[in-house]
Write a protein that binds this ligand. Structure first.
Ligand code: 5GP
Ligand code: ZN
Length: 113
């Protein structure tokens, strides 16, 4: 049996984080290496490898609507924000537990690097 992944250990409380908000199925916490004044990770509490792993629509919809709710409580809903899901090697995914990046508090550039 393989060890739980880093984000599963955050969900279980083994690795303590400052919880921004949570629901029955998802948790939001600050990124350890913030790329914007607000940089929150929104993850499902159940382990899902990535967006390519066959996520059910209810969970995916919940993650995105929860991210939008966190954007409101973080005060960036009006100024705007970016949500990013990196998937796989070319997508730049470095943690193998599905997560939505919620970035805001500054103007974002396009295209992304
Ligand atoms: P990815 O590159 O997979 O899209 O994003 C992974 C994110 O997780 C990165 O932005 C990285 O800074 C963040 N991260 C990695 N390990 C930890 C951790 O132990 N705690 C927190 N809060 N964030 C982490
Ligand atoms: Zn996990």
């Amino acid at each position: 049996m393989t060890d739980p992944c880093m984000f599963c250990r955050i969900v279980s409380g083994e690795i303590p984080v400052q919880i921004v908000d949570q629901t029955a199925g998802a948790i939001a916490f600050p990124d350890i290496s913030p790329q914007a004044p607000v940089h929150v990770l929104v993850i499902p509490k159940k382990h899902i490898d990535s967006l390519a792993a066959g996520i059910d629509e209810e969970t995916l919809g919940h993650l995105l609507s929860f991210a939008a709710a966190v954007a409101m409580t973080e005060g960036i809903a009006e100024s705007g924000y970016r949500t990013v899901i990196n998937t796989g090697n070319d997508g730049g995914q470095t943690v193998g537990h599905l997560h939505v990046h919620l970035l805001g508090g500054r103007a974002m550039k396009w295209p992304p690097g």
